[in-house]
Design a protein. Sequence first.
Length: 540
Amino acid sequence: MSSGGLKQPQSSAAHHHDDSQRSHALKHTSSWKWLDFLGDTISQSEADILLLSTAFKFLLFPAYRSTDFEVHRNWLAITHSLPISRWYYDTTSEWTLDYPPFFAYFEKLMSIPASFIDPKIVDLQNLQYDAWTVIIYQRMTVIISELVLGAALLRFIRGSVDPSRQRILSASLFLHPGFLIIDHIHFQYNGFMFGILLWSILMAREGRKLASGILFAVLLNFKHIYMYLAPAYFIYLLRSYCMSPAGAIIPTRFISLANSVLLVFLASLGPFVLMGQLPQLLSRLFPFTRGLNHAYWAPNAWALVTAADRVLLQLVKRFDVGLSVNKSGVTSTSRGLVGDTVFAVVPNIKPSHTFAITIIFQMVYLIKLWRAPTYKSFVTALTLCGYASFMFGWHVHEKAVLLILVPLTLLAAENYAYYKTYVIASVAGIFSLFPLIFTPAETLVKITYSFMWGAMILYPLHKQIYEFPSSLPWVLLESFENAYLYGFALLQVFIILFPLVTGGNQDTEFLPLMTTSVYCSVGLVWAFIRLSTLYIAQQY
């Protein structure tokens, strides 16, 4: 059976090394320091990527900015103008502080130079401030903080057993359209935080598992969405670091890890615990009153369920099919507003349902990880834990697709089966981010840049690891998958032409978004099935 299918492919000595072999390969590479990416030890191609990508990001300074830009400017003002005791209580703006304390400290640090550059940036009452000083400053903070990601990716190359392929993967992440769309146009700091995640994964690859756990604890206190990955970290560190191969607990290691993680959380939450503000902080971090779907349906299982409900409702209206209808669900568009997710025909989904389904899927991967606590098993289980949370979580944001695409990239060169899974998830995931940027000028940028990224990354990798399917069923499957990928071109044409044909009819304006979400959901669900099957069948 071809490795392009879902069956476990034959192992290859070039791509299946255990943790000790990786550590051995790392020792025989040239020395690398934290700031090597600023010195003359990097290659010319690596320097070119850094310089050219930075220059391009400078050109995006005047581009469209979402409300997240004002959110972060307001957080600069909150952390600079108010004492720490008021940070999580302030309601001057509707964009209240709702990230964990380490990110608040990060904003506080960034507010110091901002106050010298332009005091109006950190004026709490100066809402919707959009002078060029704040635009340039905030855009620059994203570019500079993203160097944490760049440094981690360089280190991945230096210690890789296959530097040529890892160089492509590292370039794919540093130049990823997801970071360009979300961080450098829409505006967020995902590159910085995924940089921390990659440093943590890198420490696991190098066998420095205590450092890996500490870095992940730090990341959790920057943004709590990464808790979706926490079960994989817990099982991996417990099984491979705190326990002997025979299964006995190693007390010194367990205590070291527990105390280190506890100290990280004390540094983050300690001041708020002492002030008696932990309940208020948690209420900001976990607002459970939102609906099942976000404003634009994230391309996951619930998007397909929601679309099915809309289709069934139309069938019930036109034909007597004997299905009962929830009247409150008839007018609901499931657009993610507070209390707005109500189905008309399909049974309603509750937060407890999404939690239970997510845990069930994660348990399958965690059992596998417990039995095979190797580095590659860890990265795959980590990816699938994030994937399951994206597929079945409550009120999932479309931007959370990066929780899948970033760690999945590390697996893309394992073999053709993993590569094909990566391509399907990447194309669907990146396209699902396009609705975030809806202005005409940036539409051309996001489409052109994503196409160029695919040509520079996906095609060269495909040439290296392509395997022709060995049987007719897998030839047909490959054909269907390729047809699905080519279908994104037709989908983009539909999205462009639809408003022109309908004349901007408000009754149908949601149709392109729904079509995008459903089409992307199909690919991401299929990639989820693919990756799950590969992991369960994999021998470690």
